[in-house]
Design a binder for this molecule. Structure first.
Ligand code: FES
Ligand code: FES
Length: 342
């Protein structure tokens, strides 16, 4: 395969009749001459020099070669080059714009890779998931990555990376969108309402879905009260699922030491070694005791008040702590609603 001027590429061999191929890759138009047996992955890597797309199993099992073909996730080792005629392709090189894409940053910040060989394919798979479903549950993340094999990390860091990417993308979207008025919210159909507010309660769009039935609301406060009531009236098993859907404040700190911005804002990234040890030990006790993560609306708190709350709450009965955790969930929902509704 040869690359010519103007992104004209030739892929040829003695027995290969040549096929003309026009394709757009990462926004660049290419004209190619390819053989009938040339695979898309080879064209990308060898003819175009886009070696971020990796080759491993070559039989569609590992996801190392994943790219987006007309917006759909495909394993490029299983796509013949001629099948990509007139298509638009995005490879890992096309994911970042001026800065790294939030998914890429999240993998760096959460240690979602070791050797990195599987990472481009993972990121393409995660992007395909989040483009369709911006608030996936852990099960949905696992399912979306079931075609991507990593031999190094054990997947914990990868799942955390995806969860961090979800938060970063949401934060970016909230910041770039004007706050809604309550009148605009009241005019939403159910899908619009759930799409806009389904994330207010962590990975629990069912809360928004039920709250929508009570439209219209006089104010943001009334909407919050209604959503809180939905959770209060839910079966205990569903409430537990909601609590368990929250990221583990302690584990995130334990692994990354510098956690998300909101945690950094309260000084959780500046714990001394001793404080850090205490935090990790308390967190471990807490999770063992209650089987859901320590949840706290950290906005406006300091590391001292958080540590003190953790020390106190770890001594609570299950019933009391269950209610305390739910109350923190309601406070977080209040902060979030405030960010999106006037
Ligand atoms: S190299 Fe394509 S799926 Fe493994
Ligand atoms: S980081 Fe090495 S294979 Fe995934």
């Amino acid at each position: 395969m040869d690359v010519k001027e103007n992104n004209q590429v030739e892929a040829h061999g003695p027995q290969n009749p040549q096929i003309n191929l026009k394709v757009e890759v990462n926004g660049v138009n290419y004209q190619l001459q390819v053989g009938p047996a040339d695979r898309l992955v080879d064209i990308l890597r060898d003819a175009m020099g886009l070696t971020g797309t990796k080759i491993s199993c070559e039989i569609g099992r590992c996801g190392a070669c994943a790219v987006h073909l007309n917006g759909k996730l495909v394993n490029s080792c299983l796509v013949m080059a001629y099948q990509a005629n007139d298509s638009s392709i995005c490879t890992i090189e096309g994911v970042a714009e001026e800065e790294l894409h939030p998914i890429q940053s999240a993998f760096l910040e959460e240690g979602g890779y070791q050797c990195g060989y599987c990472t481009p394919g993972m990121i393409m798979a995660v992007k395909a998931l989040l483009d369709k479903n911006p608030d996936p549950t852990e099960e949905q993340i696992q399912e979306a990555l079931s075609g991507n094999l990593c031999r190094c990390t054990g997947y914990g860091g990868i799942i955390r990376s995806v969860q961090r990417a979800v938060s970063s993308l949401r934060e970016k979207q909230v910041k770039s969108s004007p706050r809604l008025s309550i009148e605009e919210v009241n005019q939403m159909n159910k899908d619009e309402f759930v799409n806009s507010l389904g994330w207010i309660f962590e990975h629990s769009p069912w809360v928004a879905s039920i709250a929508w039935e009570s439209l219209p609301f006089k104010s943001r406060e009334e909407l919050l009260q209604n959503m809180v009531l939905v959770v209060k009236n839910a079966a205990e098993a569903l409430q537990v699922t909601l609590l368990r859907a929250h990221p583990d404040l302690g584990t995130r700190l334990q692994i990354s030491e510098v956690s998300q911005k909101e945690q950094a804002g309260v000084g959780l990234d500046r714990l001394s070694k001793e404080e850090h040890r205490e935090f990790v030990a308390l967190n471990q006790r807490y999770v063992e005791q209650f089987s859901f993560p320590f949840i706290m609306a950290v906005k406006g708190k300091t590391k001292d008040t958080i540590l003190a709350a953790m020390q106190e709450r770890v001594g609570n009965t299950y019933e009391l702590e269950f209610q305390t955790a739910l109350n923190e969930v309601y406070k977080i929902a209040g902060f979030r609603l405030n960010d999106v509704i006037q």
